[in-house]
Design a binder for this molecule. Structure first.
Ligand SMILES: Cc1cc2nc3c(=O)[nH]c(=O)nc-3n(C[C@H](O)[C@H](O)[C@H](O)COP(=O)(O)OP(=O)(O)OC[C@H]3O[C@@H](n4cnc5c(N)ncnc54)[C@H](O)[C@@H]3O)c2cc1C
Length: 372
């Protein structure tokens, strides 16, 4: 039986382990428990909402379908939350952008509609929206509780025979004569494998560098890099929100423990790898102030965590999926939550049956001649 070693138990690695395990011998290695990397801190919005590129839009639509298939297999698990996305716009520029987006999505038969205040209130009774706002709702969207999903996927993979090894780190990909044959671990052990899949998220370049290869991913350590972000969670507030909300200056959704997860693009932009915790805390307080303006129930809440998190961001924004060397495959992408279930199905076909799915053709890692 083919032995597949997966480096990384984030949403990509665990979704893959889940699909591969019934057909192959699978070992997953992670320095931490499943889903504790970027996957745990992600806004995790399932969507194809702002995707212009027609091919990538179709790919993301398939990805949303793959999640709903997976959710049926798991019996509607609580970590899959397809409760829609509410958004609004106020400035002239933002209203024009939202109007054009809803029209474009409707033309593509994507569920998108404008709402009156009363309609919006019946969907999200805990929200206060400005009287002059243009409100839109995307009922086919939702979000995933990333850490819980990764845990469940890994659990099902283990039930099919996969091995999970945590608390150890891959320090070197090993091979001979151009054929990758597994990995050396920080503990000193070596795991031999027929196929090694690097699903190490933003740390993918570090892992691949040990095999003298790479992928064009933004360097999180570059000053001004778009990879580092800030996410804050609040203390629990019952029924503050039902679904995901993109309001001007603040994104929010329910967190697993009953609080809300908060993020904002402008605060992501001032976060980098050297931002001190005190500044992260100041930004988190700003997030809470903004969120309280639209969710009055948050007046009772405090920030419980303010965390820097890092996007695995390909330089051109599209997924990086495919062989890097004989025996060495890579799967790294932004929007990895949206794409995980679909990628797992496609990659399983490619790896186990030797097919080259047409859907993956635009996302091969060698499409960019020059690595950053
Ligand atoms: C703030 C923010 C908001 C986001 N919003 C969205 C969104 O709304 N929708 C969406 O679809 N996506 C979103 N994303 C992106 C999405 O979260 C990521 O694409 C996805 O979580 C990546 O999953 P992963 O499994 O590749 O990486 P990770 O979850 O980081 O998993 C990689 C794993 O590899 C392990 N690892 C790394 N190196 C080694 C090593 N050498 N040895 C052993 N283990 C190793 C790590 O410990 C980690 O567990 C967002 C990301 C961020 C940061």
């Amino acid at each position: 039986m083919t032995h597949v070693l997966i480096v990384g138990a984030g949403i990509i690695g665990t979704a893959l382990a889940d699909r591969l395990a019934p057909h192959a011998r699978v070992t997953v290695i992670d320095a931490h428990l499943p889903g504790q990397g970027t996957t745990a801190t992600s806004l995790a919005w399932l969507n194809a909402n702002k995707t212009i590129d027609p091919g990538y839009f179709a790919f993301r639509i398939e990805a949303l379908r793959a999640w709903s298939r997976l959710a049926i297999e798991f019996g509607d698990p609580p970590w899959y939350v397809p409760t829609g996305n509410l958004t609004w716009a106020q400035t002239e520029e933002a209203v024009a952008e939202l109007s054009a987006r809803v029209e474009r999505l409707q033309a593509r038969r994507y569920p998108a509609r404008f709402l009156t205040h009363d309609q919006a209130h019946s969907i999200e009774p805990g929200l206060v929206m400005p009287a002059d706002a243009l409100i839109a709702h995307f009922p086919g969207e939702g979000f995933v509780h990333g850490a819980q999903a990764a845990h469940a996927l890994m659990g099902r993979a283990q039930a099919s025979g996969a091995r999970l090894r945590t608390g150890d780190r891959v320090v070197h990909i090993v091979g001979d004569g151009g054929q990758v044959r597994g990995a050396h671990l920080a503990s000193g052990d070596t795991v031999a494998a027929d196929i090694t899949i690097c699903a190490a998220g933003w740390r993918t370049p570090d892992v691949l560098a040990t095999a003298n290869t790479g992928v064009p991913l933004l360097d999180a350590k570059e000053p001004g890099s778009a990879a580092p972000c800030l996410v804050a969670t609040t203390t629990p507030i019952p029924k503050a929100l039902r679904g995901i909300v993109h309001a001007p200056g603040i994104y929010a959704r329910p967190a697993w423990d009953g609080g809300l997860l908060l993020e904002a693009g402008d605060l992501d932009a001032i976060t980098d790898m050297n931002t001190p915790q005190a500044d992260l805390d100041t930004s988190a307080a700003d997030l809470l102030t903004r969120a309280r303006e639209i969710i009055p129930a948050l007046s009772q809440a405090q920030i419980s965590h303010a965390r820097r998190c890092i996007r695995p961001m390909p330089t051109d924004g599209f997924p990086l999926i495919g062989w890097r060397q004989e025996g060495l495959y890579v799967a790294v992408t932004h929007s990895g939550i949206t794409l995980a279930a679909h990628l797992a199905e496609l990659i399983t076909r490619e790896i186990l049956h030797g097919t080259r799915p047409d859907e993956l053709a635009p996302y091969r890692p060698d499409r960019t001649a020059k690595l950053p």
